[in-house]
Structure formats: C-alpha cells, structure tokens
Design a protein around this ligand. Structure first.
Ligand SMILES: Nc1nc2c(ncn2[C@@H]2O[C@H](COP(=O)(O)OP(=O)(O)OP(=O)(O)O)[C@@H](O)[C@H]2O)c(=O)[nH]1
Ligand SMILES: [Mg+2]
Length: 422
C-alpha cells in the first residue's frame, strides 16, 4: 500500500493550571502564597526520516495530540511540561494548511524538524500575583487551552533521478538492473502501480532513482495512473526518459518520446526544464541494422544525449550509470520549497464576538476573551472588580450596549454568567 496524501488532525498540549495555595506548617501559621506555576503543554513536531518512504503509517492513525502540561502545586512546585508529540514523516513531505492551501513546511532532508503547533502556556500560580498591595492573592491562572487543527501531508518524493516513459517501456527492469530495488516487472501495461525508489551505487558514489507508473497520452489530464504520480518527479534533478526502441508493442518510439514530453510540460511547465537523458531500451530485440536506422532517426529529431540499453543482456547499463552520475555532478542539489511567511500557529488573541441567546442572555466569545478570562476567579472580589473594570476598558460594555444591553440583562462569558448593573 502506497499513500502519498493524507489529512490528519493535530493538537498541542494545553498549559497546566497555576496553583492557589498558602504555606501552612507548624512553624508558620499564616504563610504567604506558595502556589506554583502550571507546566507548558507539549508541541506538535514533524520530523523527516529516510526510514520511511510512504505516508502509509497515517492510513489508520490520523489524530495526534501532545501531552498537556501538569498543574502547579503547593510549595511553589511548577507542573511538569507536557511531552512533545513527534510525528515522523518521509523526507520530501510537504505540510499544507487545508484552510488556505498554503505550504507551511517542507520536510526535505533527513532529520529536518518543524514545530507546527506550540503547547499552551502554563497558568501563573498565586505566588506569582503576590505584590506589595496584594499580600495574599486567592487566585491563580488557568493554562492556555490549545485548539485542534488539520493539516494535509503530501509526499513529493526526493530522488535524484526519475524514470519516465510509456507503460512497458522497461522502467522497472532498468531500476532492478541499476539498484538494490526489486520492483515488479511484467509484460503488461501498468505493472507498476506506485513509485519505487532504489539506490544506484557507482564509482563509490550513489544516487536515488524513482521509478513511477507508466505515463500515457492525456496523463496530465488524469488519464491512466501517471497524473497522480507526476508530483513525485517534480523534484528530481534528472529524468531518464525510456522509449522501447524495438517497438515490440507496435508503437512508434519517436511519437512516444514526443507525447511523454508534452505530457510533462502540460502537467507542470517546470518539468520541461529538468534535463533528460533518453534511454533507448530493449535493443536485444532488434538487429544492429534496424537499431542503427532508428538511432539515426532519433538523432535527427532530438538533440538530447542518449544511451542504448538492454535489461536482458545488460548492454549499455554501465554506460548509462556513468553518464547519469556525470550529469548529476553538474546539476545543483534540489532545495526545499520556499515557504511564504505564514504563521500557521498564530494564536487568536484579537477576536471578540457577541451574540444573543433565545432567552435574552448576551454571550461574549473570541480569542481576546479566552486570553483575558484565564486570570479571572470570581470567588475573589478583587478579581471580579478587576474583571468588570477590564470589560469596560476593552470597550466590551459599549459593544454590548450597541447590541441592546440594558440594566438587569444576563451576560455570559465562558462559564461565568453575571447580571449587568449600570
Ligand atoms: N527483451 C527485453 N525485454 C525487456 C527489456 N526491458 C524490459 N523488458 C520486458 O518488458 C516488459 C515490461 O517491463 P517493465 O520493466 O515492467 O516495464 P515498465 O516500464 O516498468 O512498465 P509499467 O510498470 O507498466 O509502466 C517485461 O516483460 C520485461 O521483462 C529489455 O531490455 N529486453
Ligand atoms: Mg514498471
């Protein structure tokens, strides 16, 4: 099973609550506040690894949640931070925000890490709020609550070389001849159903080769399988373009070569800029004379380096490996996708929404409110006074009045409901 696009949900850990506590022991009857800080929630982290080459692991597990921070406790004990949730993905995995369709990260190289969501901050304990005018604060702050988000993971394979050509051209055969890979090979079209990767070793160096399913005319519009997998050659540095020069399928190899090149460009203009080596395959099936004629015809039409090979007799294979290595040495390494500045993890600290329930209660919500409400404990009179004052200061009372707020109306913020009095 090969999986190269999947939507998952992720959530960083909540921050732990700060503690409200006072020092009490045999020596100290009325000690000061000693409530410790809440711990920070764990982050959601993606990490690229070369041990994976599909997103198959995400077929069943689609939800990832980092650990919450622990609550603070007495004696100024800070709660433990939540553990990060590290999500391993194959190299070349691109992370996309489904709401904006923007790429937020490209986990290009082995070991690359990206913190997608940061854990919530821990709340302050009451010891934190102690001041010269407030010796014994009876309140502490709750931790920051994080929101669950969705991301799309899309694998755009990182290989140095991509093998393209019509079905049956001999791509998988070539991969098996030059690398450690063991792909399925058979004499019918669309034997290869998903990309295979192999490592080709030559002259003490190596390069990665991706064999993708055969392309046909119309592939760029969704014909056959090729369209779906073309994204896996977007990032190769060199294309080995195979054509069956023996024409054993009754096809015209020159036409085939043109058709595939048109499809590549139709899918993405940039694919047309990737250098190619043409590979004339299955030369064991035709006589030297026929081969010479066809080679001449090819040279007349295309000004492209080419190698004649046979996967059956291994003719030309060594030459192709060497030419590929040599060509690669002249081509720059592929870089990760450039990411537009975009804060996916941006916390909503601005929004204020007001609406009215059927029973007339006014409800106030939004990121600005969440942030502010964390510090409010209504059992504490000072805190409640602060709360009401702050509502005025933030302009919320005016906003409510605009929506028809009158003396005696109920107002709800989170789980706090109070009666408005002028
Ligand atoms: N005689 C001969 N047969 C070959 C050669 N290369 C491939 N074949 C045969 O051609 C058929 C197709 O080969 P594959 O390597 O599966 O072709 P492919 O391009 O990977 O095909 P798809 O996966 O369907 O796109 C198989 O029966 C191979 O044995 C060759 O050089 N000589
Ligand atoms: Mg194949």
């Amino acid at each position: 099973m090969f999986l190269d696009r999947v939507k998952i949900s992720i959530k960083a850990g909540n921050g732990g609550k700060g503690s409200t506590s006072f020092l009490r022991n045999a020596q100290t009857a009325n000690g000061g506040p000693d409530g410790g800080e809440g711990g920070k929630g764990g982050n959601i982290v993606f990490e690229a690894t070369s041990n994976l080459n599909t997103l198959y692991n995400f077929q069943f597990k689609k939800k990832f949640v980092a650990q919450n921070g622990e609550d603070g406790s007495k004696k100024l004990q800070t709660g433990a931070n939540g553990k990060d949730e590290v999500i391993f993905v194959p190299c070349g995995t691109v992370i996309i925000d489904p709401l904006t369709n923007k790429v937020i990260a490209d986990l290009h190289d082995d070991g690359a890490r990206f913190i997608a969501l940061r854990g919530g901050k821990g709340g302050h304990g009451n010891a934190y709020f102690k001041s010269s005018i407030k010796q014994a604060p009876h309140y502490s702050q709750s931790g920051e609550i994080t929101v669950q988000k969705e991301v799309i993971l899309e694998l755009k394979t990182i290989a140095d070389v991509g093998l393209v050509g019509f079905p049956n051209a001999g791509k998988s055969t070539l991969l098996s001849c030059i690398s450690n890979a063991n792909p399925k090979i058979a004499n019918y079209p669309f034997t290869t159903l998903y990309p295979n990767l192999g490592v080709c070793a030559v002259k003490g160096q190596s390069f990665v080769v991706a064999d993708i399913p055969g392309l046909i005319e119309g592939a760029s519009n969704g014909q056959g399988l090729g369209h779906y997998f073309l994204k896996h050659i977007e990032r190769v540095r060199l294309i080995l373009h195979l054509v069956d020069v023996s024409q054993s399928d009754g096809r015209d190899f020159i036409e085939d070569f043109k058709i595939i090149n048109n499809e590549l460009v139709a899918y993405n203009k940039k694919l047309g800029d990737i250098p190619q080596i043409a590979v004339l395959s299955k030369i064991d099936l035709i006589s030297d004379e026929v081969l010479a004629e066809r080679e001449k015809a090819f040279k007349e039409k295309f000004n492209i380096p080419y190698v004649k090979i046979s996967g059956a007799t291994m003719q030309g294979i060594e030459e192709l490996k060497l030419l590929t290595l040599q060509k690669l040495s002249t081509l720059p390494k592929k870089q990760p996708i450039e990411i537009e500045e975009f804060d996916f993890d941006k916390k909503d600290v601005e929004s204020i929404n007001i609406y009215r329930l059927d029973n007339g209660t006014f409800v106030i919500e939004g990121g600005r409110i969440d942030n502010f409400i964390r510090g409010v404990v209504l059992s504490d009179n000072l805190s409640f006074a602060y709360f009401q004052n702050k509502l005025k200061e933030m302009g919320i009372i005016d906003m409510l009045k605009e929506k028809g707020l009158k003396n005696g109306d109920s107002v709800q913020i989170k789980d706090i409901v109070f009666e408005y009095t002028e």
